[in-house]
Write a protein that binds this ligand. Structure first.
Ligand code: SF4
Length: 87
């Protein structure tokens, strides 16, 4: 296990799917909200995830401490994000 977790700030994500193409075992664009989410932490190599981070056009994928994940999730829920318009 690496010492940091990967986290998508869904409030900023534009749903372009680049990250999911690069690191398909890690990122999935959630169908309802149309925003990417890291569904697991051990699905791709660090290099592959870093490539996905580098390809994100809005820089909304971050390395964060594992212990921050739950707080970040709770903050996202509180923002009550709305679905992105498709197309
Ligand atoms: S590359 Fe960035 S903006 Fe595009 S879907 Fe992934 S997290 Fe969202």
């Amino acid at each position: 296990m690496r010492d940091q977790a990967v986290w998508v700030d869904e409030a900023v994500c534009i749903g372009c799917r680049y990250c999911a193409h690069v690191a398909a075992n890690t990122f999935v664009v959630e169908p309802h909200l149309g925003r990417s989410r890291a569904i697991r932490q051990d699905g791709d190599s660090t290099e592959c995830i870093q490539e996905a981070i580098d390809t994100c056009p809005v820089d909304c994928i971050h390395w964060v401490p594992f212990e921050s994940l739950e707080t970040l999730r709770q903050n996202l829920i509180r923002q009550n994000l709305q679905p992105r318009p498709q197309g």
